[in-house]
Ligand binder design. Structure first.
Ligand code: GTP
Ligand code: SPV
Ligand code: MN
Length: 595
C-alpha cells in the first residue's frame, strides 16, 4: 500500500479495508480542482458522464433504473440493543450485521479503484465541524462529495497523527471479474443493499447503492443519523432542516430553520424570493442544520454541507429562480432528461416541453411518451457558494441565532396553511405528530400518509422516544430564549384537486406573519390545534386568491382532527415507556381542546 497518511487510525483502517475489499488500486483524494477535472474526464471517456453543451463544467449521469433513491427498508441503526434503535428504525445486532456485510465486502472492489475521501462537515477546522473519511469504489461518489462536502488534504493535516474521524465505508457492491466489462452504473440488487450505522462507535457501512443519501455518506448517514446520536450525548441537535435569513424592510434580521420531509419544500423555501415588497431572503442551508446553544443562551445553527443535492423536477424560474441560477455551471445532474441541444430537462421546467429528448433511462422520449422524461427523484448537485442569494454569513463557524422553528409536511387535507404552537412543549407535540404523504425521495409507494416526526423518521440515529425527550430537554435549557415554533402546510388541495395556496415566493407572506408574531405585531386566535392568524393579519396584498379558497385553506375541521387521534395514539404507543410524560400530557390536552 503506497498511501501517505500520518494518522494511525486512518492508516490501519485503509489497510484493513484494502485487505477486505481487494481493490486494484488505492487513491487518496486531495479535493483539488485538478482532481475533479481528472475524475470527470475519465468518466466522460467511459461514457458515464455526459457533458452538457449549454452549461459549462456540468454533466449528466444516469443511474441504474433500480437505484434511484434512498432505501429506507434497507437502512439500519445497529445498536447493541434493539430498544436503543427504537421502533422507527430497522435493527440488526451489530455482530450479525457486520458478519453479513463483511461477507459482502470481501473482494467487492475487485477490478476497481478504492478512493479514500477525507472530508469535513462544516467549515474545515471549525469547532462544530466533524471530520469523516469515506472509502468508496465509486468515482461518481468522489465528484459528488467534492461538491457536497469539503474534501481536502487539509482535513488530513488537521487529523494529525492521532485525531479522530468518522469512518464511512461505501461500495457499490459490484466486483469485476478479470476482463469483465463494467456497467455504467454498477450496483447490487435490492436484497443486497445495506445502509448501516453503528452509532455507538460512530461508524457507517454502506453497500450496494451508488445513489444520493445511500452513497454520499457525509449527508444523511453522518450529518443526521450518526450526528443525531452524538448530539443527544453531547447536548446539541442535528436536524433535517433548511436555514434561512429573512430581513424586514426595516432591516431587522430573522433566522429561520424549517423541517419538512424529503421532497416537501426545503430547498425551495431556503432560496425563496419574497413576493412582498421590501423583504429579503438569503439561503444558509437547504437540508441539514446542526444547532447548539451559544454563550448568550440562544440556539445557533450551522449548515454542515457544502452543496445542494436538490430535487430537479418542479424546479423552474417561476418556482425557484435562485436554484435555476445556481445551476448554470459546475453542476452534476442525475437522472434528468437530455435535450437535443445538449441541455438537461425535467418536468416542470420553464417553457415548452422539448419535442424530443433522451429520457433518464437513455431512451427516446417525446411528449406523447407515457412516462416522465426525468425521474421524479432526479437531482442536481451544485456548490452552495454559487447560489446568488447565499448568505454572506453562511460559513460563520459559530452559526446564526435561530428565532423561528417550523415543522410541516405534505397534506392534501386537514392541516391549515399555518398555525403557531402555544409554547415550546406544544411545539414538540407538533413536531412529534407531524405527518406527510410519502415522496419519490425513498424507494417505495408515493402519496401514502405517514407520521414523520420532525421530518426525521428516516434519519434519527437512536430511539425516537428519547429524541422527543431530547427536544423537551433542549427547550428547558433554552427557556425564554427558545425559538418560537410554527407548523405549515403548503400542499392543501381543494375538492377539485388543485393546490389552494400559490406557495413558493408567496410563502414569504407566512414567514412575515411569523416574524410579526415574535415582534408582537400580529394577532392570532386560539384554536384546538394552535394559534392561527387573525383575520387580516396575514399579508395577502397583491395576491389573487379568492376569499373562499383562503377560508378553505385556513379551515380547521374538529371532526377531521378528532379522526387523527387514533393514528396519533397508535404512533405514540409504539414508543412504550420511552414516550415522554410531557408528550402524553400534550396529547391529552389536545384531545381535551377538541371536545
Ligand atoms: P429533499 O432534498 O428531498 O430533502 O427535498 P426538499 O424538502 O428540499 O424539497 P424541495 O424544495 O426540493 O421540493 C420538492 C418538490 O416540492 C418540488 O417539486 C417542488 O416544486 C415542490 N414544492 C416546493 N415548495 C412548494 C410550495 O410551496 N408549493 C407547492 N405546491 N410545491 C412546492
Ligand atoms: C432526502 O431524501 O431528504 C434528500 C436526498 O435530501 S438524499 O441525499 O438522497 O437523502
Ligand atoms: Mn433531505
Amino acid at each position: 500500500m503506497n498511501i501517505d497518511v500520518k494518522n494511525e487510525k486512518l492508516k490501519s483502517w485503509i489497510r484493513e479495508v484494502a485487505e477486505l475489499c481487494t481493490p486494484d488500486d488505492i487513491y487518496l483524494c486531495n479535493g483539488s480542482k485538478d482532481e475533479y477535472r481528472d475524475m470527470i474526464d475519465r468518466l466522460i471517456k467511459a461514457g458515464i458522464a455526459i457533458p452538457l453543451e449549454k452549461r459549462p463544467n456540468s454533466y449528466l449521469f444516469r443511474s441504474d433504473p433500480s437505484d434511484v433513491a434512498r432505501v429506507e427498508d434497507n437502512t439500519y441503526i445497529s445498536t447493541s440493543s434493539q430498544a436503543e434503535a427504537g421502533p422507527t428504525n430497522n435493527w440488526i445486532a451489530p455482530d450479525g450485521l457486520k458478519k453479513t456485510m463483511l461477507d459482502l465486502y470481501r473482494g467487492c472492489m475487485k477490478g476497481r479503484t478504492m478512493y479514500v475521501i477525507p472530508f469535513s462537515m462544516g467549515p474545515i477546522g471549525s469547532p462544530i465541524s466533524k471530520i469523516g473519511i469515506e472509502i468508496s469504489d465509486s468515482p461518481y461518489v468522489v465528484v459528488n462529495m467534492h461538491i457536497m462536502t469539503r474534501v481536502s488534504s487539509r482535513v488530513l493535516e488537521l487529523l494529525g497523527t492521532d485525531g479522530d474521524f468518522i469512518p464511512c465505508l461505501h461500495s457499490v457492491g459490484a466486483p469485476l471479474a478479470p476482463g469483465q466489462k463494467d456497467t455504467k452504473w454498477p450496483c447490487a440488487p435490492i436484497e443486497k443493499k445495506y445502509i448501516s450505522h453503528f452509532p455507538e462507535e460512530n461508524l457507517i457501512w454502506s453497500y450496494g447503492s451508488g445513489y444520493g443519501g445511500n452513497a454520499l455518506l457525509g449527508k444523511k448517514c453522518l450529518a443526521l443519523r450518526i450526528a443525531s446520536a452524538m448530539a443527544r450525548r453531547e447536548g446539541w441537535m442535528a436536524e433535517h432542516m433548511l436555514i434561512l435569513r429573512l430581513t424586514s424592510p426595516e432591516g431587522k434580521q430573522y433566522h429561520i430553520a424549517a423541517a419538512f420531509p424529503s421532497a416537501c419544500g426545503k430547498t425551495n423555501l431556503a432560496m425563496m424570493q419574497p413576493s412582498i415588497a421590501g423583504w429579503k431572503c438569503e439561503c444558509i442551508g437547504d437540508d441539514i442544520a446542526w444547532m447548539k446553544i451559544g454563550p448568550d443562551g440562544r440556539l445557533y445553527a450551522i449548515n454542515p454541507e457544502n452543496g445542494f443535492f436538490g430535487v430537479a423536477p418542479g424546479t423552474s424560474y417561476s418556482t425557484n429562480p435562485m436554484a435555476m441560477d445556481t445551476l448554470k455551471e459546475n453542476v452534476i445532474f442525475t437522472n434528468c432528461a437530455l435535450t437535443d441541444s445538449g441541455d438537461v430537462w425535467w418536468e416542470g421546467m420553464d417553457g415548452d416541453e422539448p419535442a424530443h429528448a433522451i429520457d433518464w433511462k437513455g431512451k427516446d422520449w417525446t411528449p406523447e411518451s407515457p412516462a416522465d422524461a426525468a425521474h421524479a427523484n432526479a437531482r442536481f448537485t451544485a456548490p452552495a457558494a454559487q447560489c446568488p442569494v447565499i448568505c454572506k454569513d453562511w460559513e460563520k463557524p459559530e452559526g446564526l441565532p435561530i428565532d423561528i422553528l417550523i415543522f410541516g409536511g405534505r397534506r392534501t387535507g386537514v392541516v391549515p396553511l399555518v398555525y403557531e404552537a402555544f409554547d415550546w412543549d406544544h411545539g414538540v407535540f407538533l413536531g412529534a405528530t407531524a405527518a406527510s404523504e410519502t415522496t419519490a425521495a425513498n424507494i417505495g409507494a408515493v402519496g401514502n400518509l405517514r407520521r414523520d416526526p420532525f421530518a426525521m423518521k428516516p434519519f434519527c440515529g437512536y430511539n425516537m422516544g428519547d429524541y422527543f425527550q431530547h427536544w423537551f430537554n433542549m427547550g428547558e435549557k433554552l427557556g425564554s430564549k427558545a425559538p418560537r415554533i410554527f407548523y405549515v402546510n403548503w400542499f392543501r388541495k381543494s375538492q377539485d384537486g388543485k393546490f389552494l395556496w400559490p406557495g413558493f415566493s408567496d410563502n414569504s407572506r407566512v414567514l412575515k406573519w411569523m416574524c410579526e408574531r415574535i415582534d408582537g405585531r400580529a394577532g392570532a386566535q386560539k384554536t384546538p390545534i394552535g394559534l392561527i392568524p387573525d383575520e387580516g393579519s396575514l399579508d395577502l396584498g397583491g395576491l389573487n386568491i379568492s376569499h373562499e379558497n383562503m377560508k378553505e385553506l385556513m379551515s380547521i375541521n374538529p371532526e377531521e382532527w378528532k379522526a387523527e387521534i387514533p393514528d396519533i395514539e397508535k404512533h405514540f404507543s409504539t414508543f412504550g415507556n420511552r414516550l415522554p410524560e410531557k408528550l402524553k400530557k400534550q396529547f391529552s390536552e389536545f384531545i381535551e381542546r377538541l371536545r
